[in-house]
Write a protein that binds this ligand. Structure first.
Ligand SMILES: CC(C)(COP(=O)(O)OP(=O)(O)OC[C@H]1O[C@@H](n2cnc3c(N)ncnc32)[C@H](O)[C@@H]1OP(=O)(O)O)[C@@H](O)C(=O)NCCC(=O)NCCS
Length: 185
């Protein structure tokens, strides 16, 4: 994917691009600077410098990772994972949907605390949806759902056309959400 320019609500511009091997330092900075609140809502993998190094060195074609950056730092990180997770698969089966890993990847976004609610992820999602449509994907499945109490995230996903499928309990209530791509755009 080509680098693309993202403009936040305050007209600041960022670059949206795929994660590269030499991003370990800035990705590590991004992970370790996330607040406890953001970490409680976004935990797809360890959020450490060591893990940033591991992710940047890996040549795993079954996961696409994207970042939004300015000249100095990463403002957002987005995962599209084509390794279908058993938990998602079985929950969606209970809603009557058989997910397929090649066309229904799981998706997880995270924006750095100081950039949240600035319109960045809304802009990025248009690029990710375009990327997904070009790849012939059928849907984007929210990784681990979203916490019922995460009102910003739920409003954000609904605005983009995600549908709520059902709920499940961990130590809190979580809502499964999925964006169906076919026929919508
Ligand atoms: C959820 C997240 C990815 C959204 O990205 P973002 O760049 O902050 O989102 P945007 O600014 O593009 O859009 C947020 C929308 O929510 C709305 N919103 C903000 N606070 C809200 C609230 N308390 N209730 C309802 N809507 C709210 C905003 O008005 C905005 O919509 P608008 O642009 O139409 O006005 C980001 O905030 C984030 O990373 N949060 C922490 C980690 C997380 O929750 N990840 C998702 C796990 S499922």
């Amino acid at each position: 994917m080509e680098k693309q320019i993202i403009t936040a609500k305050n007209n600041r511009t960022f670059v949206f691009r795929e994660l590269q091997v030499d991003d370990a330092q800035i990705l590590g900075d991004f992970f370790v600077n996330l607040s406890a609140d953001t970490r409680s809502r976004f935990g797809p993998h360890p959020l450490s410098r060591e893990h940033a190094l591991k992710l940047c060195s890996a040549s795993d074609t079954s996961v696409s990772r994207f970042i939004v950056e300015n000249d100095t730092e990463i403002a957002g990180y987005f995962i599209l994972d084509f390794n279908l997770f058993e938990h998602e698969k079985s929950r969606y089966l209970s809603y009557g949907t058989a997910l397929q890993c090649k066309i229904d990847p799981v998706f997880a976004p995270c924006i750095a605390d100081k950039y949240q609610n600035s319109g960045i992820a809304s802009q990025v999602m248009l690029k990710i949806i375009e990327f997904a449509l070009n790849k012939g994907l059928r849907s984007l499945v929210l990784m681990g759902g979203t916490q019922e109490s995460n009102h910003l995230a739920r409003a954000f996903y609904k605005k983009l056309g995600f549908t709520e499928y059902g709920s499940f309990n961990t130590e809190m209530v979580n809502i499964d959400m999925k964006l169906n791509l076919s026929g919508q755009f």
